[in-house]
Write a protein that binds this ligand. Structure first.
Ligand SMILES: *[C@@H]1O[C@H](CO)[C@@H](O)[C@H](O)[C@H]1NC(C)=O
Ligand SMILES: *[C@@H]1O[C@H](CO)[C@@H](O)[C@H](O)[C@H]1NC(C)=O
Ligand SMILES: *[C@@H]1O[C@H](CO)[C@@H](O)[C@H](O)[C@H]1NC(C)=O
Ligand SMILES: *[C@@H]1O[C@H](CO)[C@@H](O)[C@H](O)[C@H]1NC(C)=O
Ligand SMILES: *[C@@H]1O[C@H](CO)[C@@H](O)[C@H](O)[C@H]1NC(C)=O
Ligand SMILES: *[C@@H]1O[C@H](CO)[C@@H](O)[C@H](O)[C@H]1NC(C)=O
Ligand SMILES: *[C@@H]1O[C@H](CO)[C@@H](O)[C@H](O)[C@H]1NC(C)=O
Ligand SMILES: *[C@@H]1O[C@H](CO)[C@@H](O)[C@H](O)[C@H]1NC(C)=O
Ligand SMILES: *[C@@H]1O[C@H](CO)[C@@H](O)[C@H](O)[C@H]1NC(C)=O
Ligand SMILES: *[C@@H]1O[C@H](CO)[C@@H](O)[C@H](O)[C@H]1NC(C)=O
Ligand SMILES: *[C@@H]1O[C@H](CO)[C@@H](O)[C@H](O)[C@H]1NC(C)=O
Ligand SMILES: *[C@@H]1O[C@H](CO)[C@@H](O)[C@H](O)[C@H]1NC(C)=O
Length: 537
């Protein structure tokens, strides 16, 4: 009851004093923040203070507290400090306003304090769209896309919002042309716009600011086409599958599968998979699918098919002693490309032919030639093996090389002629020794009888040659017989002479053949015969 009466008195009293307060006209502005404490001083006076009473001056003055103990006590949150200052705890926005202190000493003085209460910025919210989010929370956008940036925060008074951009390894700079807008749009994202975007919200009253930094990555798929291949892994002899899709950011992922069936061989960022031999068989197909985070949904793919090598080569070759010969080995169908080796199995079964002045090896693509220079029968005759090998398979082909003495034609002719002359001489001698009638009989026999008789005669004749000549081939005999088929048509009395001529001619023809055969490196049989004929020389 008493308190209310005194309050009323204070208000009346205050009203009477108002005119004089205005006249005093000292004013201060104090800025506080919500939830914090603040002290308002009653003027800037040092020394002894009189009784101080604080009022709040809204539409009309409201008593707060006084150092006159006979006046009502202070409301909660309000207290007097050093007998003159007003202390307010835990400011709220409602505390903003004008405050007045009235001091009574020798004379009455008053001061006005304008309390401003600032709030925030509390929550800064950044919204960057349209973006993707990585598992670690980092945002990414596709190069060339358009991106909206929005920054919002609650603050009193409303905040000043600024955007800053920091590219990797460079200083932060205000974004754009001194922008202070809360939202903007970038139309064509490019690689140099990747970096940290910072939104700074500032409360101009309290100078308090908050910022939120968002990392934004600018991704792009590889511009090139996906490539894949199989090769022999360097070092080991495993098959290496490689998939390449270059130029994107970040690196794409690769998935290797076996087709058909889609059994997974492996997934990686490198695109390289190793296969050991047990996983390889001729004709198997492997597919690589490359996927990029901002690439096409289905990814890009390519396929490889592994194949074991096949070899094309001639089965045999002939070389003349002292000459050169080239063995050729052509590999086809091998994937990955085959390694080609020349081997000999003369003494050791797996002896690799090393390049030397005697053995020239040249490789062109998947074809290899082995040139043997200065052939020698002892060293070079025999089997040569061409081996083509890739991780899928191994193929070998044997090539037989025969080395022959070159023919001495004059020697052969001379030998044959002298042999025949010798035979002729012996026959003539025998006939002259027995009877000239035999000669007539022989003529008749040739005319009237069949070939069997002729053969008998010839064979008996040949036996004599064979005594000197070791073994003659049947073919040779037949050939001579064929030559003699013509004999009956000749004049009988000159039978011997004709026969000799025929034989000589036959042999010459036959020698021509042999010569040709040698030049052609073919006609193995005839060459063999020639050689046998040659030996007695
Ligand atoms: C009080 O006034 C004096 C001089 O008049 C000045 O130097 C001082 O800074 C003032 N103090 C405050 C808190 O305003
Ligand atoms: C108190 O407020 C009223 C109106 O808002 C104003 O006219 C008056 O001058 C103020 N008094 C003081 C001491 O500031
Ligand atoms: C203190 O307040 C009482 C009651 O309102 C009043 O009578 C007294 O004069 C005041 N004292 C001063 C020094 O103003
Ligand atoms: C109160 O007085 C003490 C001592 O003179 C001083 O240290 C302190 O700052 C003063 N408080 C206020 C709110 O003026
Ligand atoms: C406080 O007084 C000033 C003038 O001195 C005025 O501009 C301001 O609006 C007042 N504040 C409030 C909350 O009334
Ligand atoms: C107030 O009066 C006392 C004596 O009553 C005097 O000593 C003092 O100096 C005066 N103060 C002012 C500020 O005038
Ligand atoms: C961000 O902005 C987009 C469009 O500008 C809107 O659809 C989306 O809801 C916003 N997200 C948040 C979290 O505000
Ligand atoms: C999130 O992951 C991406 C890609 O792995 C990386 O570039 C980025 O630095 C990571 N961010 C954080 C904050 O770890
Ligand atoms: C941005 O504008 C403010 C004033 O509006 C100026 O003080 C500041 O230097 C400007 N900054 C740049 C980078 O232009
Ligand atoms: C963004 O800032 C973080 C922390 O300072 C830093 O690790 C990261 O590399 C920055 N990102 C870019 C793209 O600059
Ligand atoms: C064999 O080849 C070498 C070199 O290519 C050549 O000098 C030599 O004359 C050749 N020999 C024969 C018989 O062709
Ligand atoms: C060489 O190889 C061939 C074919 O594999 C084989 O017939 C021949 O017996 C081998 N010779 C030697 C000496 O190993």
């Amino acid at each position: 009851m008493a308190a209310r009466v005194s309050e009323t008195w204070v208000l009346v009293c205050l009203g009477a004093l108002l005119a004089r307060w205005v006249a005093a006209g000292l004013e201060a502005v104090v800025i506080g923040e919500v939830h914090e404490d603040i002290t308002l001083h009653c003027g800037n006076i040092s020394g002894q203070r009189g009784l101080v009473t604080w009022y709040r001056n809204d539409s009309e003055p409201v008593f707060l507290l006084s150092s006159n103990s006979s006046l009502p006590p202070a409301k909660p949150r309000f207290s007097l400090e050093n007998a003159s200052s007003l202390h307010i705890e835990a400011l709220s926005l409602q505390d903003e306003g004008n405050y007045t202190c009235w001091e009574v000493l020798n004379k009455t003085r008053w001061f006005r304090v304008w309390l401003q209460v600032a709030s925030g910025p509390d929550q800064v919210e950044v919204n960057i769209s349209t973006t993707g989010v990585l598992p670690n929370g980092t945002l990414y956008v596709a190069k060339g896309s358009h991106v909206d940036f929005t920054c919002s925060s609650s603050s009193r008074p409303p905040p000043l919002v600024e955007w800053w951009f920091q590219a990797p390894d460079s200083r932060a700079e205000p974004f754009g042309n001194n922008l202070t807008v809360s939202s903007f749009t970038l139309l064509l994202m490019s690689q140099n716009l990747q970096g940290n975007y910072t939104c700074v919200a500032t409360n101009n009253l309290s100078r308090r600011h908050r910022k939120v930094t968002t990392e934004l990555l600018v991704y792009y798929p590889p511009p090139s086409a996906l490539q894949c291949w199989a090769e022999i892994s360097p070092g080991s002899f495993m098959l290496q599958l490689t998939c390449l899709w270059d130029g994107g950011y970040p690196d794409p992922n690769f998935l290797w599968t076996e087709e058909p069936g889609g059994v997974i061989v492996g997934t990686s960022n490198l695109g390289v998979e190793m296969l050991n031999r047990s996983q390889l068989s001729d004709g198997r197909k492997f597919k690589c699918v490359g996927r990029h985070i901002v690439g096409p949904e289905s990814g890009a793919s390519c396929m490889v098919q592994i194949k074991s090598p096949s070899i094309l080569s001639e089965p045999m070759k002939t070389c003349l002693v002292g000459g050169n010969v080239t063995l050729t080995c052509q590999v086809t169908g091998a994937y990955p490309l085959a390694k080609i080796l020349w081997l000999r199995n003369l003494t050791q079964p797996e002896m690799i032919v090393q390049p030397s002045s005697h053995h020239l090896i040249s490789v062109t693509g998947q074809s290899s030639t082995l040139t043997i220079r200065n052939c020698s029968q002892d060293l070079d005759e025999g089997y040569y093996v061409c081996r083509a090998e890739n991780p899928v398979g191994v193929r070998e082909v044997d090539i037989w090389l025969s080395v022959k003495e070159p023919l001495n034609i004059v020697g052969i002719v001379g030998t044959i002629v002298s042999l025949l002359l010798l035979g002729l001489a012996i026959i003539s001698g025998l006939m002259l020794y027995y009877s000239p009638v035999f000669c007539w009989k022989l003529g008749n026999t040739f005319r009237g009888q069949d070939m069997g008789d002729v053969m008998v005669l010839v064979e008996s004749e040949e036996e004599m040659e064979e005594e000197e000549d070791a073994a003659e081939e049947e073919e040779e005999v037949e050939e001579e017989a064929n030559e003699r088929e013509e004999l009956p048509k000749e004049i009988p009395t000159h039978g011997h002479i004709h026969r000799v001529t025929a034989l000589v001619n036959g042999n010459v023809d036959w020698m021509d053949n042999g010569l040709q055969a040698l030049q052609d490196d073919s006609s193995e049989q005839q060459s063999d015969v020639t050689q046998e004929e040659d030996r007695p020389v």
